[in-house]
Ligand binder design. Structure first.
Ligand code: NAP
Length: 315
């Protein structure tokens, strides 16, 4: 007979793995589907110092490895497959991947979000080596260093203020001549002696041998280029890229309710507009995207899935 799981979790970042842990522990027949490898965004973080209890060996990969091990220990099945299609019309939901078709009574969407990249040469190679996408995660590593924040929206401006508590100096590099961020936080930046703005400027290249050493900026009006080089004593500086995020939710467009930026709308119990479909982690509408909030979402979604199955499938 064709296998029908109790719950399929799409995505194996902290939200999906926590959903798996709770579902497995609730004795639900659970499958986690992941397109590449377990971990999500957190595996690109060298040190996770803000996850409660994670003091010992707190690197992103180690934290995820422990989460995987814990989910596995409760009998959760994991498969690598890229989902191409999903059918949520019937009571039994169907998920079609490149390698196979999977069925379940309930679905947890935990596909995450990814930071929008600049696309500048050197950016990818130096991510986690001076280039960061998360101030909450990494600002403390730049205590008394110079930091450049790329972007002009609320995130860039707000996080510049946060980073200025650690860094010697913060310079916002924005591609236009006015910030997109709310006026109230713009004022705070303009009144902060530690924060400057370079206008009409984009990042052309990031350079360094294993660590950020310099960055080439280009003025979009004059075409003039300038290379910012780390001061000799520091040897490096920080570059925080804050040019928006992209939720990984394309698959669900037109099927699940989202906001205008593509984040899935879930209620406080992680329920979406579709019965039996839950959402957890960075891909949902929320105010703080962190490992600690993702794992909490995952736990709630699994327990709600369990309740849903109990109420709708028990004979
Ligand atoms: P955002 O509003 O989309 O702003 C992205 C910024 O990055 C813009 O200034 C944009 O420049 C710039 N940018 C985009 N692509 C770029 C590129 N390739 N190179 C250089 N610069 C680039 O993103 P966000 O700041 O992350 O905010 C996302 C959403 O969350 C917004 O709706 C925001 O209001 C909200 N948010 C709210 C709060 C709050 O209310 N406290 C805090 C954070 C975020 P342009 O301005 O030229 O387009």
């Amino acid at each position: 007979m064709e296998k029908i799981y109790d719950v399929i979790i799409i995505g194996a970042g902290p939200a999906g793995l926590s959903a798996g842990l709770y579902a497995g522990r609730a004795k639900l027949d659970t499958l986690i589907l992941e397109k590449e490898k377990a971990g999500g965004q957190i595996v690109t973080t060298e040190e996770v110092e803000n996850y409660p209890g994670g003091v010992e060996d707190p690197t992103g990969p180690k934290l995820v490895a422990r989460m995987v091990e814990q989910a596995d220990s409760f009998g959760v099945e994991r498969k690598l497959d890229e989902i191409k299609e999903i059918n949520l019309d019937e009571k039994i939901k169907v998920v079609k991947g490149e390698k196979g078709e999977y069925k379940a009574k309930a679905i947890v969407i935990a596909t995450g979000a990814k930071p929008r990249l600049l696309g500048a040469p050197g950016e990818k190679e130096l991510t986690g080596k001076g280039v960061s996408y998360c101030a909450t995660c990494d600002a403390a590593f730049f205590e008394d260093f110079d930091v450049y924040v790329i972007g002009g929206g609320d995130t860039a401006v707000e996080e510049s203020l946060f980073i200025s508590k650690f860094a010697r100096k913060v310079t916002i590099v924005h591609r236009r001549d006015e910030l997109r961020a709310a006026k109230s936080i713009q004022e705070k930046v303009f009144n902060n002696d530690k924060v400057d703005v370079i206008w009409n400027t984009e990042v052309k290249e990031i350079k360094g041998d294993g660590i950020v050493e310099s960055m080439v900026l280009r003025n979009r009006e004059t075409g003039e280029e300038k290379e910012i080089v780390a001061n000799e004593e520091d040897g490096t500086f920080g570059i925080f890229v804050m040019v928006g995020y992209l939720p990984q939710t394309e698959l669900f467009k037109g099927i699940i309710d989202m906001d205008d930026r593509g984040y899935i709308i879930g209620d406080e119990n992680m329920k979406t507009n579709v019965e039996g479909v839950f959402v957890a982690g960075d891909c949902r509408v929320k105010t703080l995207r962190q490992v600690v909030t993702a794992t909490a979402d995952g736990a709630i979604s699994a327990i709600q899935a369990e309740k849903y199955i109990e109420n709708n499938f028990e004979e």
